[in-house]
Design a protein. Structure first.
Lengths: 214, 506
């Protein structure tokens, strides 16, 4: 699986490259600026890319904008965006095209390497991975009288993990329940929220996030 | 007895007195009293302030017609626009001309308008019609500009005597035109009008004083004379020809001229502040107030900056710094444990990792409190959108800020809005709100609304006062409206120019 890495700090770029290489990824390019990223994305069309939001030349959100520009030209080009801060606004911008193949995670998540590598693989497969912080804030904006208030605490947990982009089996593992129980919860959640149920993991995540973002 | 009720009775009383003063002399003299038209207008203005829109033009037209009829009926007349003493002579009676009645009516209307406006609501149509820019409180000192009306009349006597003394339709039209033009100048360009009035007063005063210096005449013809005599006493008409001199005695003319010139000089520091400053005669009140405001807001800024730094130091000391110390100790312990008990060392390393994650989280929150990332990345517009998204309440963001604004203004306004939203979440019980922002005519205007219980009291609590002080550093202002039952609305306005177009998000 070929990956493009964009990170301006040498140590982190090097570390990411080693980590991903150790997990069997092929490093197509490791760049340190937004223009370099855009060129690499359009030239190599990698299976997935790992992008730092803050990149030269302006050290603001250049990385995010380069990733969005590349996705505008190549719809669904898988991009996992890393940042020191997660912003709802940027999450909403990444999700706006509804094309999937998007991730938005805090940089610290790189420390837990297996989870991080899982996230990279999921994005490469067209999935959507959102940081727990984004999902938490999305849920926090909801009043108790909305349909979301009808969810049981367990269903709420499942919804959070679903919105982060986790599969049924991953959720089951996390909550120490069976996959069957998870799928039962998920059906109940979709009914209570008035969403059309879907077996497709990716479509399910997008539906949940669209609902939370509305 | 409520204040409103008292004011209403006062207006009614004054209105009735005005009507009585207008009607009684008219009945006794058997001719319409010259004051009748303006006095009735004054009464209407007092009793029905809302009708002033109709009363003003109607009164001016009536006054013009009244004077026109009088002038037309007179076989012989002599009049001037200059003062109230100048009457048309018809036989033995003195009858006022339109050229006297018109400015009289105008003066009374302005007075009545002002009284009615003081007792009624200040934002009325009337305020705008009669006072134009003068209706704004900060222009209050410009009320002196109304002096331009008498000054124009008096200067007219001095400069355009021929036109002014003309009666008939031309005179009426001319006088109305002069009045309208003067009123326009006074209410639309009060500063200029005040300067003209001041200069005019000095000129008319000096001209009056000079007129008394003519050695071969017993009386003086001074502009705008307030006293009037016929000289020599007892002279009248001989064979249909007037044989007398009409004017002012030198003594009163001198006093009057000196008084006009004195008033003009007294107004000079107000009308020409630059002159006053040059001469060191007067301090500029506006400048003094501005210096005071700047001193206050600078003190606040310095205090806030110092407090912010102290908070930052404390947060770093108690938070990230403490975590890093713990991290180092954990790693050191693990180092020692590795050969002895690898399992225990592993647990310590895991703990160290958790500590480093917590330190990162705290640093993140700290940076967010100092300078939020989106604000740095994208500017105030997107930062407010992000803030709306981050608020645990549904906030509709209606932002129209295409350009970047000066960074200090952006930061101050961002934290002001954040504070208002935090208050809304804590106290309003609202489930929805709205943030709108525009930058127009050199001013940034932000409105934060929540549809909660309302009843927020700006006087209580320090949040709003803090916002007010911080924005004051940029000459910004804050207004709050929060009726019981909601909604609560906070409006902030900061004058600023846009610094650069936003980097387009490609």
């Amino acid at each position: 699986m070929r990956v493009v890495i964009a990170e301006d700090q040498f140590l982190l770029r090097d570390g990411l490259a080693r980590l991903l290489a150790a997990h069997g990824f092929e490093i197509a390019a490791a760049v340190d600026s937004a223009p370099g990223l855009l060129r690499a994305l359009l030239e190599f069309r990698p299976d997935v890319s790992v992008v730092d939001v803050r990149l030269p030349p302006t050290f603001t959100d250049d990385g995010l904008r380069a990733a969005l520009a590349a996705r505008a030209r190549v719809p669904g080009l898988p991009v996992l965006v890393l940042s020191q801060y997660v912003e709802q606004l940027y999450a909403a911008e990444l999700l706006a095209d509804q094309a999937g193949g998007v991730g938005y995670l805090l940089k610290d998540r790189v420390f837990t390497d297996d989870q991080f590598v899982d996230a990279v693989r999921a994005v490469a497969a067209g999935g959507t991975m959102m940081d727990a912080e984004v999902v938490g804030k999305l849920l926090g904006r909801r009043g108790a009288d909305e349909p979301i208030g009808l969810l049981s605490p367990r269903e709420r947990e499942v919804l959070e993990l679903m919105a982060e982009g986790r599969s049924n089996s991953a959720i089951a593992q996390r909550l120490f329940v069976t996959e069957k129980a998870v799928s039962k919860h998920s059906t109940s959640i979709f009914t209570k929220l008035g969403l059309a149920p879907s077996d497709d993991d990716n479509r399910r995540v997008l539906a949940v996030l669209a609902y939370l973002n509305s | 007895m409520t204040e409103r009720w008292r004011l209403r009775n006062l207006r009614w009383g004054a209105g009735l007195v005005a009507i009585a003063v207008a009607v009684v002399p008219t009945l006794t003299l058997m001719v319409p009293h010259p004051w009748a038209v303006p006095l009735v207008a004054l009464a209407v203005a007092l009793v029905w302030p809302h009708q002033m829109r109709r009363v003003v033009p109607a009164t001016l037209i009536l006054a013009a017609l009244y004077g026109f009829v009088m002038v037309d009926n007179s076989s012989r007349w002599q009049l001037s626009l200059g003062g109230m003493h100048e009457y048309v002579m018809v036989g033995m009676k003195y009858v006022p001309s339109s050229l006297v009645i018109l400015p009289l009516a105008y003066g009374v209307l302005v007075l009545g308008g002002w009284l009615a406006w003081r007792t009624a609501e200040r934002t009325s149509e009337l305020g705008r019609l009669v006072f134009g820019q003068l209706a704004e409180p900060e222009k209050r000192w410009h009320l002196w500009a109304f002096l331009l009306v008498p000054v124009v009349l008096m200067a007219g006597e001095l400069l355009f005597t021929w036109c002014w003394f003309r009666g008939g339709p031309l005179g009426v039209i001319l006088s109305i035109a002069v009045l309208v033009a003067t009123h326009w100048l006074v209410t639309r360009h009060p500063g200029l009008a005040l300067r003209m009035a001041t200069a005019g007063l000095v000129i008319v005063g000096v001209a009056g004083v000079l007129a008394t210096r003519s050695p071969d005449q017993a009386i003086a013809i001074a502009p705008g004379q307030l006293t009037h005599v016929i000289w020599p006493p007892g002279s009248w008409m001989v064979d249909g020809v007037l044989v007398f001199q009409s004017g002012t005695l030198p003594g009163p003319a001198l006093i009057q001229g000196l008084a006009f010139a004195g008033l003009g000089l007294a107004l000079t520091p107000l009308a020409f502040p630059e002159l006053g400053r040059l001469a060191g005669l007067a301090t500029d009140g506006e400048l003094t107030r501005r210096v005071q405001r700047l001193t206050e807001s600078r003190a606040v800024v310095v205090d806030t900056a110092a407090a912010d730094l102290r908070r930052l130091e404390r947060d770093l000391h108690d938070g990230a710094q403490a975590r890093l110390v713990a991290l180092g100790m954990n790693l050191r312990a693990a180092e020692k444990l590795i050969p002895v008990s690898p399992d225990a060392a592993l647990a310590l390393v895991a703990e160290a990792r958790a500590t480093s994650a917590r330190a990162l989280t705290e640093l993140r929150e700290l940076v967010r409190g100092v300078h939020p990332p989106v604000l740095a990345d994208r500017g105030l517009g997107d930062a407010l959108r992000a803030l709306a998204l981050d608020t645990p309440m549904k906030i509709k963001a209606d932002i129209d800020l295409p350009d970047r604004l000066p960074a200090p203004v952006e930061t101050a306004c961002y934290f002001a809005v954040a504070e208002v939203l935090t208050n809304a979440v804590k106290h309003s019980g609202a489930r929805a709100g709205q943030v709108s922002a525009t930058h127009r005519d050199g001013a940034l205007r932000i409105m934060v609304t929540d549809f909660g219980v309302g009843g927020a009291d700006p006087a209580r609590g320090t949040g709003l006062a803090g916002i007010e002080k911080r924005l004051a550093a940029f000459d910004g202002i804050v207004a709050v409206s929060s009726p019981v039952g909601g909604p609560t609305m906070v409006v902030m306005e900061v004058p600023c120019a846009s610094s650069s177009p936003r980097i387009s998000s490609s």
